[in-house]
Ligand binder design. Structure first.
Ligand SMILES: *Cc1c(COP(=O)(O)O)cnc(C)c1O
Length: 375
């Protein structure tokens, strides 16, 4: 069994994929070709956001968003401690200071009370509290109502890191439509993945959109050889846009299937492990299906499952504030929930090409392994 099965997906979309790729080979517009704007428009339509701009990867997307908001040296950027390193790295890349905030034990997303406390802490330093990057971890959108309340009071800009949540929604509002700017990633293993690196930024703000279009092409002005600011070389390849357009044709049914599998798991596993919390009105994109088990059993459970041909993953083994790169950060982080989660979480396969036999095997093996380990 594979943790993510891109081969079964490819078999399903192969004719569409080949005709999309053939078209790119025929027109030869490999940089910002017509597929890039077609994809951008399609993603505007599915997310309900006015502007979508394809970029080279999800980390650049965050960097471009921060730079468009004017964030830089002297600014504190609040990020959850329990996420992939890129969320904090983007702030570091532009000379800003990432400040780590704890997450909620139920949704694993940034905790607004901890955010408020971290802002107070930064106010006692020379840094300016400037922005928060909320991550929609494992595909579930963060609590933007609570984050917006803190951001409004403390004058913070909001970036939604939707690298894992494209396709999710909260009370009918789609992921990548929250905050001043939202970002996503098309890394192959994300819910919508290409065949290499890719990403996008989203905003309803015309000026921010224009700035980000400039930043992705060397800070260009009205033409390529008119340079107004220091930018990046961070375009989404035409070939990757073509792959994504082929995959978009099955994306909705894939999200439905992930949701169906997740609901099956939650029904079957609720008595054995702590299953994911999905607040009312929310629909996850299920980038991961992550359970919590007692820390003492977690690694042994993963070994048992591997023995039953079930791959698992630990997202994430270490909170970012404890990573050596951030260990001597100028703002001391207090993230006990993140630390505990790193010892308790285990992600099991939830990709949309699992068969019914696969999902039954997974719940049976998980239940029997846990029962024998708990004896
Ligand atoms: C994958 C990921 C990123 C970075 O995306 P890349 O395309 O790999 O650069 C950023 N944030 C989160 C939460 C991610 O999961």
């Amino acid at each position: 069994m594979n943790f993510v099965d891109l081969k079964r997906q490819r078999d399903k979309i192969e004719p569409k994929l080949r005709s999309r790729l053939d078209r790119v080979l025929a027109h030869g517009k490999f940089i910002l070709g017509p597929e890039v704007s077609e994809l951008e428009q399609a993603l505007c339509a599915t997310t309900g956001v006015k502007h979508c701009i394809g970029v080279a990867n999800g980390t650049d997307a965050l960097q471009i968003a921060l730079r468009a908001l004017g964030i830089g040296p002297g600014d504190a950027v609040f990020v959850p401690a329990f996420t992939f390193v890129a969320t904090a790295e983007a702030a570091s890349q532009i000379g800003a200071t990432p400040v780590f905030v704890d997450v909620r034990h139920d949704t694993f997303n940034i905790c607004s009370e901890s955010l408020e406390a971290a802002v107070e802490q930064v106010r006692r330093t020379p840094l300016t509290p400037s922005a928060v990057i909320a991550v929609d971890l494992f595909g579930l959108t963060a609590d933007y109502a609570a984050i917006e309340a803190v951001a409004k009071k403390e004058s913070l800009r909001i970036i939604e890191d939707g690298a894992q949540s494209l396709g999710a929604s909260a009370n009918g509002k789609m992921a990548c439509s929250f905050g001043d700017i939202a970002t996503t990633s098309f890394f192959p293993a994300k819910p919508l993945g290409c065949y290499g690196d890719g990403g996008a930024v989203f905003t309803d703000d015309d000026e921010l959109a224009e700035l980000m279009r400039s930043l992705r092409v060397h800070g260009k002005g009205s033409s390529k050889y008119d340079n107004e600011r220091v930018g990046l070389n961070s375009r989404l390849d035409t070939i990757q846009a073509a792959v994504l357009l082929a995959k978009l044709s099955v994306f909705e049914e894939e999200i439905d299937r992930r949701d169906e599998i997740a609901n099956f798991y939650s029904g079957e596993l609720a008595a054995s492990v702590t299953t994911p919390t999905i607040p009312p009105g929310h629909r996850s994109a299920w980038a991961q299906y992550t359970v919590k088990v007692p820390a003492a059993l977690r690694n042994r459970l993963a070994d048992e499952l591997r023995g039953a041909d079930i791959p698992t993953a630990v997202y994430y083994p270490k909170p970012l504030n404890e990573q050596s790169v951030y260990a001597d950060s100028e703002i001391a982080a207090h993230c006990p929930v993140s630390r505990a989660l790193c010892r308790e979480v285990l992600s099991i396969p939830v990709h949309p090409y699992l068969t019914t036999a696969d999902t039954h095997h997974i719940v049976d093996a998980l239940k029997s392994s846990l029962a024998s380990l708990s004896d």
